[in-house]
Design a protein around this ligand. Structure first.
Ligand code: UD1
Ligand code: UDP
Length: 373
């Protein structure tokens, strides 16, 4: 029996690895263990609860306002005993976090084969996004097998001389997770306290603008500009309401609370667990975000996305016209938001229900590929 070790640490990795874990745990040809670094704590645990995942190992490394140096060093060091105990044939890492990169290095030292899920996303600019572009390039270098969401991400890997036979275009597991989540949330007997409190908080006569933001390169001026734009949008458009589940990073939660508290039609709330968040995405009119995962999910729900970044490693939905890069210039954010609020034809054109990132069968393709090795 082949031994798998699936490792992740942050909220988006957990959401995107959950469907793969479910598939592997149901496959008798594999002995699959799950390890969380817990680079995130509360935001990770929310996901583990919803997908009913109990990790076999929990490195519990998160510290308040942690830095990249200690994060990287601690993960590599704490992975050693786990790798020595499990002796995996395959180690799975996801995307571009510091967990993915550091676990990739540790797995390489252990001699395991490294499988990179969501492989080949690139801006080809090491500074944007920082440190994610570096993390994913390095993980791509270390990985033995690459599961690319799209043809474009495969092409990016080929440019870097990755062996063609070790790349598989699979779609993105984020869509597998979304389909699972939507079905569970819409089931008749599903009850969720967060959703109930959102129903009380929000006025469904007003259109909802959903906002998130956390990128390191937006900390400081970028985030201040985004908040200023949101304030202008809220004041000029009393018929809309903005809801912002604020990421727990102190560099985000501090400025956002300071700049946006006490405005009548802006609701600042704690990070929502995945079911409440996807429920809220469905109820929203448009989304303003710098999140990677949300850019991928929103087209499946027919929601236009304004991305508060100037580059993206996910150009597919931009090309399809459902996602628009607006950067962090406050006038541009206000103008693009008001265009979507006031021009129905334009809004409808951006609300296409077509998703270039997957069909919900990504995990199945990954399991089949590994089974055939
Ligand atoms: C991390 C990833 C980023 C990913 C993002 C998803 C790196 C370098 N960054 O950024 O790629 O897009 O997660 O959200 O890998 N915190 C809590 N509780 C939590 C989570 C975070 O208190 O559940 C606070 C802590 O003070 C922590 C800080 O946020 O030290 C920063 O967390 P960290 O994972 O270093 O950075 P993120 O900005 O979350
Ligand atoms: N998400 C969530 N609760 C929130 C905000 C986001 O469950 O309050 C989910 C969202 O649906 C998506 C993922 O978290 O699947 C995105 O995570 P994040 O924006 O933190 O990271 P990124 O995708 O930018 O790496």
């Amino acid at each position: 029996m082949k031994k798998n070790l699936i490792v992740f640490g942050t909220r988006p990795e957990a959401i995107k690895m959950a469907p793969l874990i479910q598939k592997f745990l149901n496959n008798k040809n594999f002995d699959t263990k799950v390890c969380v670094t817990a680079q995130h704590r509360e935001m990770l645990d929310q996901v583990l609860d919803f997908f009913e995942i109990t990790p076999d190992f929990d490195l519990n490394i998160m510290r308040p306002n942690q830095n990249l140096y200690s994060l990287t060093a601690t993960i590599i060091e704490k992975m050693k005993p786990v790798l020595e105990e499990v002796k995996p044939d395959y180690v799975y890492v996801h995307g571009d976090t510091t967990t993915s990169m550091a676990v990739g290095i540790a797995a390489f030292y252990s001699g395991a084969k490294i499988c990179h899920v969501e492989a080949g996303l690139r801006t080809f600019d090491r500074e944007y996004p920082f440190p994610e572009e570096f993390n994913r390039q390095l993980t791509g270098k270390i990985a033995d097998y690459h599961f690319s969401p799209t043809e474009l991400s495969k092409k990016n890997l080929l440019v870097e001389n990755t062996k063609k036979e070790n790349i598989l275009v699979t779609g993105n597991t984020v869509i597998d997770a979304l389909f699972y989540g939507i079905e569970k949330v819409n089931a008749e007997n599903f009850k969720d306290e967060e959703i109930e409190s959102l129903k009380t908080l929000l006025n469904f006569q007003k259109r909802i603008i959903l906002v998130t933001g956390h990128r390191r390169e937006n900390h400081g001026d970028g985030l201040i500009n985004i908040c200023a734009a949101l304030k202008i949008i809220a004041e000029k458009n009393p018929d809309v309401q903005i809801i912002y589940p604020v990421h727990l990073n102190p560099n985000v939660v501090g400025p956002v609370n300071e700049l946006l508290s006490g405005i009548e039609n802006i609701h600042l709330v704690s990070p929502l667990a995945y079911p409440a968040f996807i429920w809220l995405m469905e109820k929203s009119y448009l989304i303003i975000t710098d999140s990677g995962g949300i850019q991928e999910e929103a087209p499946s729900l027919g929601k236009p996305v304004l991305v508060t970044r100037t580059t993206t490693e996910r150009p597919e939905a931009v090309d399809e016209g459902t996602v628009l890069l607006v950067g962090t210039d406050r006038a541009r954010i206000v103008a693009e938001t008001e265009k979507l609020l006031n021009n129905t034809e334009y809004y409808n054109a951006m609300s296409l229900l077509h998703n270039p990132y997957g069909d919900g069968k990504t995990s199945e393709r990954i399991v089949n590929f590994i089974e055939q090795l």
